[in-house]
Design a protein around this ligand. Structure first.
Ligand SMILES: *[C@@H]1O[C@H](CO)[C@@H](O)[C@H](O)[C@H]1NC(C)=O
Length: 346
């Protein structure tokens, strides 16, 4: 055992380190907040910034460097990997076939992976240029909205019973969440452009408001389950509940720069509110997928009989509506950002 450890230690020291060292020196060291444009600055984070204008290669390689976003990026990538492995495992074990009943689950999975990867990409690559910073932020807003709708779709099909589907809320639920997802994407992009870093807190609240409303509506089916079935209804409800708690906790860290506001500069590389927020959100996604697996097995047998195959397929196709609307909004915002950057340079 000990000899094995020594073997790996020497392998690392004599083979990997020189290799890493030959690649990493090409990376510029991290800089302080005053060395990056205000657009990139975060309150109470004083160091650990990568300089703006890094070549693509350096952006990607900075995954191996310690800077203020290393932890965030890795937690997102690991969560995506865990989600993928868990989904593949479930698909094999339960013999997930390609049929209309499993389509919403697959769409949910795709939207969750897209959200995590776009967020990771935005974290790694945004220091390429200011324009890229905007573009990746908008892309991430689109993926977040698509994920919101993916959740709503899966919840409204798997996590409720037929009575809810026929109720008033059940009828307007999906169109309403589609509009709210689009609104939160549009507001995120818009506030990013108009309220620059000076108003970081305002911006966060402006973003949080539509996201919060969307979340409350999206959790509608869960509230009904909670009032009707209580806790005896298997582990799914517990998982949904846990997911809500994680979401609320993460929202707290999204809004308030805790703990770094108490000790500016102390949490630059690890432990600041961004790190905690992303770690909690990633965990939230994993828990939600788990809950949906349970719900899927519970609802699957009756789904086609109650809804009809055609209706189910049409519902799944609606997945693409918010996606198209949000992408178009983001593209429009991108040209606006470009125009503004050009105006500033002149
Ligand atoms: C980390 O640094 C980047 C610039 O490299 C900056 O855009 C970002 O806002 C910083 N994030 C945190 C959490 O400090």
């Amino acid at each position: 055992m000990i000899s094995k450890l020594f073997f790996f230690y020497f392998l690392f020291i004599y083979v990997c380190r020189p290799l890493l060292d030959s690649v990493l020196p090409s990376l510029p060291p991290t800089v302080s907040d005053l060395d990056v444009p205000p657009l990139l600055r975060e309150h109470f984070i004083l160091s650990g910034y990568r300089p703006l204008g890094l070549p693509w290669r350096c952006c990607v390689l900075s995954l191996l460097q310690i800077h203020n976003q290393t932890l965030t990026t890795w937690s997102l990538l690991l969560a995506a990997l865990a989600l993928l492995l868990r989904f593949t495992g479930f698909a094999f074990l339960r013999g997930l076939s390609v049929d209309p009943t499993s389509l919403p689950l697959v769409l949910y999975f795709i939207s969750a992976i897209a959200d995590l990867s776009c967020s990771a990409a935005a974290n790694v690559l945004h220091c390429r240029s200011e324009e890229m910073h905007y573009f990746l932020f908008f892309l991430h807003s689109v993926s977040a909205a698509v994920y919101q709708y993916g959740c709503a779709l899966a919840l409204s099909l798997y996590s409720v019973d037929a009575i809810w589907t026929q109720s008033m809320l059940g009828q307007v639920y999906l169109p309403l969440t589609a509009i709210l997802s689009w609104l939160s994407c549009a507001l995120c992009c818009y506030t990013k452009l108009t309220l620059r870093s000076k108003f970081a807190i305002h911006r966060r609240i402006c973003r949080l408001f539509p996201m919060g409303v969307a979340f409350l509506v999206i959790m509608g089916p869960f509230v009904r389950r909670l009032t009707i079935y209580r806790w005896s209804n298997g582990p799914a409800l517990m998982l949904h509940f846990f997911q809500v708690v994680l979401f609320l906790l993460s929202t707290f860290f999204f809004c308030f720069p805790v703990p770094e506001c108490f000790a500016p500069g102390h949490y630059d590389l690890a432990g600041n509110s961004h790190h905690v927020y992303h770690a909690l959100r990633s965990l939230c996604t994993l828990v939600q997928q788990e809950a949906l697996f349970h719900d899927f097995l519970w609802r699957r047998p009756a789904l086609v009989r109650q809804m009809g195959e055609q209706h189910l397929l049409l519902t799944c196709i609606s997945f693409f509506c918010p996606m198209v609307c949000c992408s178009m909004t983001a593209l429009a915002m991108r040209s606006r950002a470009r125009a503004e950057l050009e105006k500033e340079q002149r």
